[in-house]
Design a protein around this ligand. Structure first.
Ligand code: B12
Ligand code: SF4
Length: 470
């Protein structure tokens, strides 16, 4: 058999190779590292397909509540970036929904990693079962649902659950498995037939592994589809921080870092932007809070401005940060910031307080005005409580319209497992099936009659989206 030998890197005398036959099948890979010798593995990282179920559609035929764009699986690109030496593929089932069987058969992975949000958790389990039926790979699940509710994945078709940031812990696990061991890694739970046990990881910036860039190249074949069709722009993702400085009770972000706020180095952010800048028109900084450290945000802004890439940016900020430091956003506007996603959530101070938002309606309104005066579009997140009355829907709609929120993103208050809200609402939950946890279904009974609630919700979205723009 003819063999093609590929040198990945040469480091201080150590060589790293991938060998593959002429049909493209990787049949023999190995590496030497200063820490010892291990067999490199074929690792497949899987992004689940679009999923989730819709009560308004299933019960009342309301099919207008749709998501508006697709994006790259940065979590998987980022994990792959820190797995140098292994043979890696990313399968994006959102782009290629029927691709699983063919990909597993052709690549024959030894380790499979699946990412999942809450509404994807059941689908991730179905993918894990299918993988097990096709090959002998070990299956690892990680991401936001695994971090908030790891025990959900404590099932036979899953071997390991990665809780929280996974770049460093998944590398330790993969290298350990490749060396033939069954490594105990902090932040990683081995599934078992009894209750799940693991040592939580104390996250630090070492878990960001900034020196290793995300493998953006692994999704090259899907890239044209990562776009916002309504705007006619292609979009790439860059992370500038992990976690958040706040503790809103409905939010699942805290479970990713054990409630720490960790900044990526400015150098790594600039490097990632530069990698994408030639192939996309818009860069979404995907952090939950890109301005959690305003001094760092200011320094990053200066460097982005000097780099002068021909791209625009969208980032998340809190309303109170905008009000405290309008000048910072004026500078970011000059550096290319086109739109800011702000979690306004509510227009009632009582409800904002109950959700521990740490903001007020007055501050939210002021933030919208400041951003508009600067010329930055406002993508506003609002949350409709299942307890809403028709009058409250009207008040919310009036608020959005009067304040010209450019693109309102309205969801329904959902107690995500692992959040403080879940503990507060768990006795009221009537829908446990996670397929419905898309944030567009009420999983507790609504105060309004159900069909009227969903009709009014759909009408709110339609009215507010009529002139949407960013
Ligand atoms: C980009 C994004 C998207 C993109 C792309 C996602 C994709 N994978 O294709 C798009 C636009 C498609 C999207 C869609 C949705 N999204 Co979204 N999205 C995000 C966003 C803004 C960033 C995610 C990201 O890329 N982060 C950067 C990476 C590097 O971090 P990470 O994902 O946390 O990954 C790290 C760890 O979690 C871990 N990890 C992650 N996966 C894995 C896998 C393995 C094997 C391992 C070992 C480790 C690991 O290691 C990574 C590196 O440290 C987050 C908010 C946020 N700031 O996190 C919301 C977020 C994830 N989305 C959310 C939601 C609700 C949705 C939608 C349901 C919205 C809707 N109503 O339509 C849909 C669902 C899509 C579907 N299945 O149908 C929620 C999820 C809440 C939850 N618990 O489920 C979030 C948290 C926002 C929020 N409102 O709270 N989303
Ligand atoms: S909702 Fe936003 S501000 Fe609140 S904890 Fe989550 S990421 Fe932080």
């Amino acid at each position: 058999m003819k063999v093609q030998k590929q040198l990945y890197r040469r480091l201080g005398g150590w060589h790293l190779y991938t060998l593959q036959n002429t049909m493209g099948f990787h049949f023999f890979t190995f590496s030497f590292e200063s820490s010892g010798f291990y067999w490199a593995m074929r690792i497949l990282l899987i992004n689940p397909p679009d999923c989730g179920r819709s009560i308004p559609e299933e019960r009342y035929g309301i099919d207008s509540i749709k998501r508006i764009f697709r994006g790259e699986p940065l979590a998987l690109e980022s994990l792959a970036g820190n797995l140098a030496g292994h043979d890696l593929q990313i399968l994006d089932l959102k782009s290629e929904p029927q691709g699983l069987e063919a990909c597993v058969e052709a690549f024959s992975p030894e380790l499979v990693g699946i990412t999942a949000m809450t509404c994807e958790a059941n689908t991730a389990l179905a993918i894990a079962s299918q993988v097990k039926s096709l090959c002998a790979a070990k299956v690892v699940v990680g991401g936001v649902h695994a971090s908030g509710d790891p025990s959900f994945f404590n099932v036979p078709q899953v071997d390991y659950i990665v809780v929280g940031l996974g770049r460093a812990s998944f590398k330790e696990l993969a290298d350990g498995l490749a060396a033939g061991g069954a490594p105990a890694v902090t932040g990683v739970a081995k599934t078992s037939s009894v209750a799940l046990k693991f040592t939580p990881r104390k996250f630090t910036t070492a878990d960001l592994a900034d020196e290793m860039p995300p493998r953006y190249d692994l999704v090259e074949k899907y890239r044209a589809g990562y776009a916002i069709p309504a705007l006619g722009v292609t979009m790439g993702f860059v992370a500038t921080a992990a976690g958040c400085t706040h503790r809103c009770d409905f939010c699942c972000i805290g479970s990713l870092t054990n409630s720490k706020y960790l900044l990526h180095s400015t150098g790594s952010v600039l490097r990632d932007i530069a990698t994408l800048a030639d192939s996309v028109q818009l860069i979404r900084l995907v952090d939950a809070n890109s301005f959690g450290d305003t001094l760092a945000a200011e320094s990053l802004c200066e460097k982005i401005a000097s780099a002068a890439h021909p791209v625009q940016y969208v980032a998340d900020a809190r309303a109170d940060t905008v009000v405290r430091d309008p000048e910072l956003f004026a500078r970011w506007k000059k550096a290319g910031l086109r739109a800011v996603v702000v979690g306004f959530e509510e227009i009632s101070d009582t409800r904002l307080k109950a959700m521990n938002k740490g903001s007020r309606t007055r501050i939210n309104t002021e933030a919208i005005k400041i951003l508009h005066d600067i010329g930055i579009s406002v993508i506003g997140d609002f949350i409709v409580d299942p307890d809403y009355t028709p009058e409250e829907f009207d008040i919310l709609e009036d608020y959005i319209m009067k304040n010209n929120v450019d693109l309102p993103m309205t969801s329904i208050l959902t107690p995500l497992p692992g959040t403080a809200l879940y503990e507060r609402m768990r006795d009221r939950i009537t829908i446990e099936d996670l397929d419905y946890y898309t944030l567009t279904n009420a999983v507790v009974p609504t105060r309004m009659e159900s069909e009227s609630f969903y009709n009014r919700f759909a009408q709110l979205l339609a009215n507010c989206h009529r002139d949407a723009r960013i």
